[in-house]
Design a protein around this ligand. Structure first.
Ligand code: BTN
Length: 267
């Protein structure tokens, strides 16, 4: 299972400007899911900021039980183990930390990212990155989370997608017209993750919520959200500190939406 990964570990180490995120680094060839590997590493004592990257995934996992298209050699499949001094109730903004970190990294590589709630990174209206956070709790009465595994998939250099994704997915290379340096991308991503993690711990969720809103083009627009049970339509008014979307319905009622699939419109 641990075949070669053509990401250069020594180059990442040379480029890294962090204290914790990426300092412990494991590169795998093909694995099932970097989140599964990182959860196992977290249970075995991985330090805060440990990062695991695979060249490809055979069972990459997305939100809502979906799979994540993970061909080898061209993209980034990245999971980090964060151990913030936060209670499980205060942990949800870590997903916003990850989204803002990925968006800032994509911007540093020449793209103009749009964050679509809850955490899709879009380029030119198509999905280029997704985030899957998984929490390891401690048994009560512990007040702090044990770890949160933040899984990030970024289409860096992919040029072709399976038919079912062809009209919905893109990559950084496709939109910028330039091949993306994976090691440099990883080093910048680690740096932005560390900066926003530390900011969340020091100052609470308001700064990262504000940064997230700065990337979110659908805020203030008419939207619909399919939460699996019903379709909610209204105006995407705001994002709250837990990452819930606040949707104002036509009848004036403000709904907090915690999960679902967001679409623009009805137009
Ligand atoms: C989504 O948008 O549905 C979330 C996709 C998350 C994919 C990444 S790839 C690295 C990590 N390992 C996984 O199995 N999933 C996440």
């Amino acid at each position: 299972m641990l075949q070669s990964n053509n990401v250069d570990q020594a180059r990442i180490a040379a480029l890294l400007r962090t204290r914790s995120v990426g300092r412990a680094l494991r590169l795998l060839g093909q694995c099932r899911s970097t989140n599964d590997e990182a959860l196992a590493w977290a249970r075995a004592g991985a330090p805060h900021g440990a990062v695991l990257i695979a060249d490809g995934q055979s069972a990459g996992r997305g939100r809502l039980g979906r799979t994540w298209h993970s061909p080898p050699g061209e993209n980034l499949y990245f999971s980090t183990v964060l151990r913030p001094p936060l209670s499980p109730r205060a942990a949800p903004p870590l997903a916003l930390v990850a989204a803002v970190a990925v968006a800032e990294t994509a911007r540093a590589f020449g793209a103009a990212p749009d964050l679509k709630w809850p955490n899709d990174l879009l380029l030119d209206g198509r999905k280029a990155a997704g985030i899957l956070c998984e929490l390891l709790a401690r048994p009560p009465p512990a007040e702090r989370v044990d770890a949160v595994v933040v899984g990030i998939g970024v289409n860096l250099n992919g040029h072709a997608f399976p038919e079912e994704l062809a009209t919905r997915a893109t990559s950084l290379a496709l939109v910028t017209g330039a091949a993306i340096d994976r090691e440099a991308f990883v080093a910048t991503l680690c740096e932005r993750l560390e900066a926003w993690h530390d900011r969340l711990v020091a100052d609470g969720p308001a700064p990262v919520v504000a940064a997230w809103k700065g990337f979110a083009r659908l805020l203030g627009r008419a939207v619909s959200v399919d939460n699996g049970r019903e379709r909610i339509t209204g105006v995407a008014e705001d994002l709250d500190a837990e990452g819930a979307l606040l949707v104002r319905r036509a009848d004036g009622v403000l709904l907090r939406v915690f999960a679902g699939e967001l679409s623009p419109g009805p137009t």
